[in-house]
Write a protein that binds this ligand. Structure first.
Ligand SMILES: O=C(O)[C@@H](CO)OP(=O)(O)O
Length: 248
């Protein structure tokens, strides 16, 4: 049997993306534009004949809703769904709910970029019980409320064992797998797939709402198309540049 196809989809624009706020595990809604991006993503899947057999999402509604709209547009709402916190966005610690431009102005570019894009420096932890903390959220009860902050390396540590147990197995079984997740959880996955160094991953940004397709030639799941293929490359390049410029 041939190896399956992987489709990575970052959620469409969220209300907090539009407000330029650090989001992390805060469970915000999509904007109208974000819903439209999800629909367009589904249309792109159909146009390119990439039809998912199974969906994996995080526990956050912006990813769940984007996948729902995309699969509706592709007439694939019926496929099995697996949701897991390990696909959640990186927990942004005490920065959750803060405006990116204000954090940049207060702490300066070096500290801002360290918190935002360095591989191993997490933001300060969020205070338990504070407004934007999830430590009392019942969906995380079985993991003691979850982390209080994470850097990208923490996301790799929680995500890659899960990937091996679930998504990678489905790909080796020949399935087309849709993973609807987040800017930083998808950066962690792409880092693993494309063997990107800890330094170089800092410069890689994932746009909202555009399917990124990986094909594989063998069981080792080395990408046959390194870097993947965005189904709308021009929009992806513009979207990634906009993410990189946030706060500036
Ligand atoms: O706020 C966040 O959770 C993420 C994704 O929107 O932001 P950033 O791109 O700054 O890591």
């Amino acid at each position: 049997m041939s190896i399956g196809t992987l489709v990575l989809l970052r959620h469409g624009e969220s209300e907090w993306n539009a407000l330029n706020l650090f989001t992390g595990w805060v469970d915000v809604h999509l904007t109208e534009k974000g819903v439209g991006e999800g629909k367009r993503a589904g249309e792109l899947l159909v146009e390119n004949e990439v039809l998912p057999d199974i969906l994996y999402t995080s526990l956050l509604r912006r990813a769940i809703s984007t996948a729902h709209v995309a699969l509706d547009a592709a007439d694939r709402l019926w496929i099995p769904v697996v949701r897991d916190w390990r696909l959640n966005e990186r927990h942004y610690g005490a920065l959750q709910g803060k405006n990116k431009a204000q954090v940049l102005a207060e702490f300066g570019d070096d500290q801002f970029m360290l918190w935002r894009r360095s591989y191993s420096t997490p933001p300060p932890p969020i205070e338990r019980g504070s407004e934007y903390s999830q430590d009392a959220d019942e969906r995380y009860a079985d993991i003691d409320g979850g982390p209080l902050t994470e850097c990208l390396s923490d996301v790799v540590t929680r995500l890659i064992p899960y990937w091996e147990e679930t998504i990678a197995r489905d790909l080796r079984a020949g399935k087309t797998v849709l993973v609807a997740a987040h800017g930083n959880s998808l950066r962690a996955l792409v880092k693993h797939l494309d063997e990107i160094s800890d330094e170089d991953i800092a410069g890689m940004n994932i746009p909202t709402g555009i399917p990124l397709v990986y094909e594989f030639s063998g069981d080792d799941l080395k990408p046959a198309n390194p870097g993947g293929t965005y189904l709308d490359p021009a929009a992806a390049a513009a979207g990634a540049a906009a993410v990189a410029a946030q706060g500036k």
